[in-house]
Design a protein around this ligand. Structure first.
Ligand code: UD1
Ligand code: MG
Length: 476
């Protein structure tokens, strides 16, 4: 949207959160409240976003950088009018229109914002204001209208009498302004009110004094105007956005077996024909491909799971990649930089960290694979462990294509196993193994005949076994 800039007001602390963290930094679906507001502005097509920050602004660095990095600092919180004044000083001269958004209202949708901008243009108004009709309007500023429906003023709850408090139409704190009007009128605000703050809402009366109008736009869905002021409201906003996220994914072709029991964060994507079972958490920047099945209890964070792969119950993935058609779990753990090849199998109680597992390879039971490069069609037996850490540094294990690793093997890294080699069960491999060879590293088995009968017959009695007759010892 050409010539439109946004100012997001977010300098307040948000005392009612009872938190050391500034209010707008609290996460909703894994992203700060402020991130949601900025992403709505960006999705509406506004490219310049100015953040007015004060309290705890260090906690908001990532969000600000993600959306262009423009910040106006408001050192003392003298009210929304003062915050807007700080913000306007950082808006580029090219902007003819300025949208002001509340940093604490993450439920606003892009199309509503576009409608707000369009309404001001259409009405050739000084401003348009987004309002909402709330069954319980307590705490919000109320919109007072003239008999013909125009906005005559906005009164904060604590400045209003009983008749004001009865009004159910509230101010969302979201506005579209003609830039010149805003620039001319912000300096004229005063702080004559119960809170001794500069109220942005007083611009309504100033517009009327100039013979201009402020057009109201009533949000079709009153949830959109909700600001977050407490932990309860944070939880309510989270559940509204979660329902919307899961609903949108279902509309795009994803099956949720029980949509009320899935947790999907804001930036997660899921391809069509994927199925998400109950109690699954999809977090951060996770990307799920098409036709993927994610079974009960899986937690997938900042990971990508490609087409046709399956995560069996209770698998936990962080920063991992699972390629096409691979099968992971149940009870598998993939840590950062685990890269599971096409069609590979990672089974129960297998942990993989910073390792590439080649196409079609299998580690089906009880293993730890760290800092490793595992080739194609490798079979890793139960109980295999890469000893990647010597107490000082991490070392790499390289296992070539088609290697068969017997159960209960330890690879003391750094070590390289050539392709096609066979590692006998119970080996502790400390030296490289050339291709196609057999490596064994265990003491030869000894058998002492009749030892139990002679030395520990009580064990046999305890087990309910008859004590066998010993052959007579002949002369030596
Ligand atoms: C404000 C509106 C009210 C509206 C409500 C909607 C005014 C006077 N009141 O009230 O009509 O119904 O929002 O949620 O505008 N902020 C700053 N600097 C300041 C003060 C506030 O940046 O000096 C920021 C806050 O961080 C917050 C936003 O502005 O993100 C709104 O401030 P808040 O104190 O929550 O205003 P409300 O009392 O909710
Ligand atoms: Mg508020």
């Amino acid at each position: 949207m050409e010539g439109v800039s946004a100012i997001v007001l977010a300098a307040g602390m948000g005392k009612r959160m009872k938190s050391a963290l500034p209010k707008v930094a609290h996460p909703v679906l894994g992203r700060p409240i402020l991130w949601h507001v900025a992403s709505t502005a960006a999705a509406a097509g506004i490219s310049e976003i100015v953040f007015v920050l004060g309290h705890g602004r260090d906690h908001l660095k990532n969000t600000v950088e993600r959306f262009g990095g423009r910040v106006a600092v408001q050192e003392r919180q003298l009210g929304t009018g003062d915050a807007a004044r700080a913000g306007l000083s950082a808006v580029s001269p090219k902007a003819k229109e300025v949208v002001i958004l509340c940093g604490d209202a993450p439920l606003l949708r892009p199309r509503t914002l576009r409608a707000l901008i369009a309404a001001r243009r259409k009405g050739k108004a000084a401003a348009s204001v987004l309002t909402g009709i709330l069954p319980d309007p307590a705490g919000y500023g109320r919109v007072v209208r003239t008999p013909d429906g125009a906005v005559s003023r906005i009164v904060e709850e604590r400045d209003g009498d009983a008749s004001i408090r009865r009004i159910q139409e509230v101010n969302s704190g979201t506005y579209a302004f003609d830039r010149k009007f805003l620039a001319r009128n912000l300096p004229r605000l005063t702080d004559v009110n119960t809170q001794r703050e500069f109220y942005l809402t007083d611009l309504v009366v100033q517009a009327l004094q100039e013979g201009k109008v402020v057009v109201p736009v009533v949000a079709g869905n009153p949830d959109e105007v909700r600001g977050i002021n407490s932990r309860r409201e944070l939880a309510e906003a989270t559940s509204i956005l979660l329902r919307a996220k899961v609903g949108a994914l279902m509309d795009s072709g994803v099956t949720f077996v029980d949509p009320g029991r899935a947790y999907v964060e804001a930036e997660v994507s899921v391809g069509a024909d994927s199925t998400i079972e109950p109690n699954v958490s999809l977090l951060g920047t996770t990307r799920i491909g098409r036709g993927v099945t994610i079974q009960t209890g899986c937690v997938v964070e900042n990971s990508s799971v490609e087409d046709g792969a399956r995560l069996l119950p209770y698998s936990v993935l962080t920063g991992a990649r699972v390629r096409k058609g691979a099968i992971v779990g149940p009870f598998a753990r993939l840590r950062p930089e685990a890269d599971i090849g096409e069609g590979a199998h990672i089974g129960n109680f297998v942990e993989v960290k910073k390792s590439r597992i080649g196409k079609g390879s299998k580690a089906n039971h009880l293993a730890y694979i760290g800092d490793s490069l595992v080739g194609k069609k490798v079979n890793i037996g139960a109980g295999t462990i890469t000893c990647n850490y010597d107490g000082i540094a991490k070392h790499t294990t390289v296992i070539g294509d088609g290697v068969f690793v017997g159960s209960d093997t330890q690879f003391v890294a750094p070590v390289t196993i050539g392709k096609g080699a066979l590692i006998g069960a119970g080996a502790t491999i400390t030296k490289d193994v050339p291709p196609y060879s057999l490596a064994l590293s265990r003491a030869e088995q000894k058998v002492l005949a009749d030892w139990v009968t002679r030395k520990k017959p009580e064990l046999l009695t305890k087990a309910g076994l008859k004590i066998p007759k010993l052959p007579k010892e002949g002369p030596k």
